[in-house]
Design a protein around this ligand. Structure first.
Ligand code: NFS
Ligand code: SF4
Length: 671
């Protein structure tokens, strides 16, 4: 057994394993997420099954999962009521996080338009125009600021509408067929905030006890979340530009001993974009303290935003965030909000690293709080960078250890960039993709998204499933910490295409790479951004569906959150199912205490929306199952023959489904 094999059981990332070993050898009084997970064992089974209720103070109430007493909570709530209420409160939590992120971008853009800040500009004029046209604004004769103001007006409307009209960011981003289904099910939200409030109200003691209506209000809120995510992506692209291809390096090895290292961690690009600009101007100040300059790196989705737009290296994803501090060269960890471990305060008190919180929403023990506001953005950013520079002087040279692990990655696959790449090979870019899918060069598309979860080996599920998909000619698009795993593991390289992709996929990626002016194939995993940028994946699928004249539920696509952890992952999974994606999760959500809710997630959802959840903890099995789902959907579309079905029925798919799309909107594929 190699020296750090025990650490390799915890993670598939060599840099993380190396640092875990370092932690074990040190006498620092710190614990990692893995240590704390071990101390937490055994975890509560009632909680795991979702049948513990603390909604009112008569509880906690726990239902006996074996059918014995107690079968109801003190108020009379059944297991299914409790599971549904807990589930949709998580959905509301995820929606709140994403949509509040969108709102903060909207407020920043408002400050820009009102002239309250001169730090931000409209870098994505084309995107602004495209969005304005999409949301039915007459663009003729209007200048950039007028358009921005009108688009922003529509954004604020989606957060505050009184009339029962569907959210603009859903009406203009869903297929017609999807809108019909949603309308029929009465799950089209009119106001993002109201959807969250409605859930908190419904789940209060003594309101909704019907699991089905509870779940449907959860679906409505998940659609509000999709709108909130889409708004976040759109406004970020308007202010900071839509990402385009950029090559960079990632993993802990990008930290530099000689530089002032600043990690930008969290989710919202409004702060990190300014920090990058300001840092460029403050190089001299860094040199004055003996550094050779300022090295900005990213963690989690703020990291993904910077990676996509600026090629800033991603240093870790969620699970390994603490270990960046262990290197002894991280001079500041600057956080906005979401997925920031509360343990960072403990870590930074043991090291010289300054933990700088910047949002009133997110304070941590041991932090230095420098509140960041759009109107004083530059001054705030300067204070933050200066603190990092001063912190450089406090380093303890003796403990410095940077693993020599980094990987190259080609990232920046916004939908705009994808269309541009495809336009090099065809006048009808999306049709090219459709043709390759029909020819079977690309079997389908796999969206690999979501978090790390310490319950599974770090990055292992992400990598195992991606490798299985690309081997089977399924193009992978990725966001969030899944993308963080691929970027650090070398799956976003030409080499990965050459070594790991199936022949058909390799052929297409090679053609695209060459025609786009790269000497090498495009990578087999396309980084589409942060978690709110799942809206980009939604747009890509919608474009494909519209081009093929079908709905997303008919497309040969699958989604997976192999290491799902957060409420945000739950809400994303929910809208993906509702928009027609078969959606795998590798860590079970807390719903299995209710056979009814589990059945809705796995089966009823399929009947109603065409999408459904696939629960599978084994990543090898999950990968194979996802490949089979893609093949099954190809067969249903009439693209491929399925020999088994032909054998048993004596008919081809064409004959079974006389007209296209093959299955009625409220039908759905059967296993
Ligand atoms: Ni998504 Fe991004 Fe990572 Fe999960 Fe957290 S950082 S918003 S929630 S853990 S992928
Ligand atoms: Fe118990 Fe009902 Fe109160 Fe929940 S709401 S804690 S089930 S009494």
């Amino acid at each position: 057994m190699s020296k750090n094999s025990v650490w390799k059981e915890r993670t598939r990332d060599p840099a993380t394993a190396e640092m875990l070993e370092k932690v074990s050898e040190s006498d620092m009084d710190v614990t990692t997420i893995w240590d704390r997970y071990e101390k937490m064992q055994p975890q509560c089974r009632f909680g795991e099954l979702g049948i513990c209720c603390t909604i009112c103070l008569q509880g906690p109430c726990r239902i006996n999962p074996f059918g014995k007493e107690p079968t109801r909570g003190i108020c009379g709530a059944t297991a299914s009521t409790i599971v549904s209420r807990n589930l949709i409160r998580r959905i509301a939590g995820g929606c709140a996080a994403h949509s509040d992120h969108g709102r903060h971008l909207a407020h920043t853009m408002h400050a820009l338009i009102e002239g309250e800040t001169d730090v931000y500009t409209i870098k994505g004029e084309d995107k602004l125009k495209a969005i304005a046209e999409r949301v039915a604004i007459d663009v003729s004769g209007k200048d950039t600021m007028e358009l921005a103001e009108e688009v922003l007006g529509k954004v604020f409307e989606d957060y505050s509408r009184v009339e029962r009209e569907t959210l603009t960011w859903l009406k203009t981003t869903l297929t017609t067929k999807r809108l019909e289904i949603m309308d029929r099910c009465d799950v089209l939200p009119y106001n993002i905030d109201a959807s969250i409030t409605e859930i908190m109200h419904r789940t209060h003691i003594g309101v909704d006890a019907d699991p089905v209506s509870l779940i449907f209000s959860g679906i409505k809120c998940s659609l509000a979340d999709l709108a909130g995510e889409h708004i976040s992506t759109d406004l970020s692209d308007i202010m900071f530009g839509a990402p385009s291809l950029v090559t960079t390096q990632s993993n802990l090895g990008v930290l530099k001993k000689e530089s002032v290292n600043i990690a930008m961690h969290g989710h919202n690009p409004v702060l990190s974009e300014v920090i990058c600009d300001v840092a460029e101007e403050m190089e001299d100040a860094a040199k004055e303290v003996g550094a050779d300059g300022i090295n900005i790196v990213g963690i989690c989705c703020t990291g993904n935003e910077l990676l996509m737009r600026r090629g800033i290296p991603l240093v870790t994803n969620f699970a390994s965030q603490e270990l960046a501090i262990m290197t002894g060269v991280l001079d500041a960890m600057v956080v906005d909000y979401q997925c920031i471990m509360p343990s960072l305060g403990m870590w930074t008190t043991c090291f010289h690293t300054k933990l700088i919180s910047t949002s009133e929403l997110c304070r941590l023990g041991g932090d230095t709080h420098i509140e960041f506001n759009p109107s004083s953005a530059k001054e705030d950013a300067k204070k933050i960078v200066l603190l990092a520079i001063q912190s450089f002087k406090d380093r303890n040279e003796e403990i410095i250890y940077i693993p020599d692990v980094k990987e190259t990655a080609c990232v920046g696959f916004s939908t705009e960039q994808i269309v541009e790449i495809l336009s090099k090979v065809s006048d009808d870019p999306i049709q090219y993709l459709v043709d390759k899918i029909r020819e079977g060069k690309i079997l389908g598309i796999g969206a690999l998204v979501g978090c790390n979860n310490v319950k599974v080996r770090h990055d292992h599920n992400h990598l195992t499933i991606a490798e299985e998909l690309i081997k089977n000619d399924i193009l992978v698009v990725a966001t969030g910490c899944a993308a963080g795993a691929y970027v650090r593991a070398g799956l976003m390289t030409s080499k990965a295409t050459k070594d790991l992709a199936g022949d058909g996929l390799k052929e297409v990626l090679t053609e695209l790479g060459e025609k786009f002016g790269l000497d090498d194939p495009l990578p087999p995993v396309w980084h589409m951004g942060s978690c709110v940028d799942n809206s980009r994946i939604h747009d890509l699928a919608t474009m494909l569906a519209n081009k093929m004249g079908v709905d997303i539920k008919d497309l040969p696509v699958v989604a997976s959150a192999p290491e799902d952890m957060s409420e945000k992952a739950i809400v994303i999974g929910t809208w993906m199912v509702a928009t027609g994606w078969p959606t795998h999760v590798g860590v079970l959500p807390f719903i299995h205490g209710s056979p009814l809710v589990t059945q809705i997630a796995e089966h009823t959802a399929r009947d109603v929306f065409g999408g459904y959840f696939v629960f599978e903890e084994n990543p090898e099995k999950a990968g194979k199952r996802l490949v089979n789902i893609v093949k099954n959907r190809r067969w249903r579309l009439g693209i491929d023959e399925d020999k088994t079905v032909a054998y048993w029925t004596g008919h081809t798919a064409e004959e079974i489904f006389a007209e296209k799309p093959k299955v009625e909107a409220d039908g759905g594929e059967r296993r």
